[in-house]
Design a binder for this molecule. Structure first.
Ligand SMILES: [Zn+2]
Length: 448
């Protein structure tokens, strides 16, 4: 059976991930993401109204024109998890394919919300839920399997396409977490089985984000204990404490909510995306928040909540807000600019349970937000976080478990691939033979 891989997006950047695998006549698309930085760099761009081709030209969504060179029928579009760089282009591109979108329950719900928010294209692809550990036939001879992985968002999976020539494992995005705060540990046992059974692994496509970092990415449990240490240490403070984190990081939000309660403060989630992700996770029973936990997204209800906090005393509350990257329109930045009824005083604590995404725009915005907070007297606790991506030893373990015949580095630009290439070459792979460093818009023929 002919096996071909189309590297469509995310091979020159972190963002707009999209890869297609053709096995005989069947094609499966993995991820269809948005490159947010290419959108945000233009002021006032309303992507909701833009045409696909214009979005492709600005580098915001994957350039899927290479798909016309793949001779087969798309049977499924499979996003791995709910981060926007993996699902954000579904509402702009999926309507071009007559295929269902197959994803884990939390991811499907986020995809549904994306599609509902889209104003230009009527995306009507079927939405099919599939849990980790389940499989689905793709055509007559191939099978799709979801393997449970751990990442900075719940319900993440790595899809595996089993073909007569061997398995294609799509490895974006994960860390090896044996003690995640929500959900099951990564299913390394299954990865090891897949590496041994049948024809083994024909190809592994890997997320190289942290390939230059030595050692192992710590578990979410480590970030949780770090957060506990910080919040317990300010238990006796009788002023304002504010926390911020990735709103899609439900495990972290859970820890913040629990520790707020432990130190005698009522947690409250503020900001549109806080309400969106936590509300969705609760509705789907991934988490059981205290019944009196407030979640407010709309400007008016947020301001009303801030007024209530100011009236009843800041020392009774712990607002958990958006804005960990200093995004200009996010809640924490508005608070820092004094645009909300919440007043910061000398000595108030601001807890960033996040790391600055190393990109000049983020670094600049975050610097500004911290400066503004400091000008109001706030004390900043930074970097209470663990990454969602594998470091070097995790990458080594995956290669060891899967023993893939071919490897394709992804989810980075060329300089980001280099450490992973070095690791693979030290494991006996060779560039141009079985290690395929590539760019967006290429086809790699693995079996002809
Ligand atoms: Zn991700």
């Amino acid at each position: 059976m002919e096996i071909e891989i189309a590297t469509i997006g995310g091979y020159e950047e972190v963002g707009r991930q999209m890869t297609a695998v053709r096995a005989g006549d069947d094609v499966v698309i993995f991820d269809m993401g948005l490159n947010l930085s290419q959108v945000l760099i233009h002021d006032n761009v309303e992507t909701e109204r833009m045409h696909s081709l214009d979005l492709i030209d600005m580098g915001a969504i994957p350039d899927d024109r290479v798909m016309s060179d793949l001779e087969g029928d798309v049977k499924a579009i499979v996003p791995t998890h709910g981060h926007l760089d993996h699902i954000g282009a579904i509402s702009k591109l999926a309507h071009r394919y007559d295929a269902p979108i197959v994803a884990s329950p939390f991811t499907i719900e986020l995809v549904k919300q994306q599609i509902e928010g889209e104003q230009k294209f009527g995306v009507e692809n079927d939405l099919v839920k599939m849990e980790a550990g389940e499989t689905m036939s793709i055509g007559d001879r191939n099978e799709l399997e979801f393997v449970n992985v751990t990442h900075s968002i719940i319900d993440a999976i790595n899809p595996v396409l089993h073909t007569p020539e061997g398995a294609i494992v799509y490895g974006l995005d994960k860390r090896m977490d044996h003690t995640p705060v929500i959900g099951d540990p990564i299913d390394m046992e299954r990865f090891r089985e897949i590496g041994r059974e049948g024809n083994g692994v024909l190809c592994y496509i890997e997320d190289c984000t942290n390939a230059s970092k030595k050692g192992r990415t710590p578990s979410e449990k480590v970030a949780r204990e770090h957060l506990r240490d910080v919040l317990y240490s300010v238990e006796d403070y009788d002023g304002g404490i504010v926390a911020t984190t990735f709103s899609s990081h439900i495990a972290r939000v859970k820890s913040l909510v629990e520790f707020a309660d432990d130190i005698g403060r009522q947690p409250v989630l503020l900001g549109r995306s806080m309400e969106k992700y936590s509300g969705t996770a609760e509705r789907l029973d991934f988490i059981d928040f205290p019944s009196d936990l407030g979640m407010f997204g709309h400007r008016k209800s947020v301001d009303r909540t801030f007024k209530r906090i100011m009236n009843e005393g800041k020392e009774n509350y712990l607002p958990i807000v958006t804005g960990h990257q200093g995004e200009p329109r996010a809640m924490l930045t508005r608070m820092a600019r004094g645009e909300t009824p919440y007043e910061l005083d000398d000595g108030d604590k601001v807890v960033f349970s996040a790391r600055v995404i190393p990109e000049p725009t983020n670094e600049g915005q975050r610097y500004q937000a911290e400066k503004l907070l400091g000008m109001q007297g706030a004390r900043v606790y930074d970097d209470i976080h663990v990454s969602g991506h594998l470091n070097q030893e995790g990458h080594y373990e995956m290669l060891d478990a899967l023993q893939p015949q071919h490897v394709i580095p992804a989810h980075q630009d060329m300089s980001g691939f280099s450490s992973y290439v070095n690791l693979c070459e030290s494991e006996g792979y060779k560039m141009g033979r079985d290690l395929h460093v590539t760019r967006n818009g290429n086809l790699i023929q693995l079996v002809d």
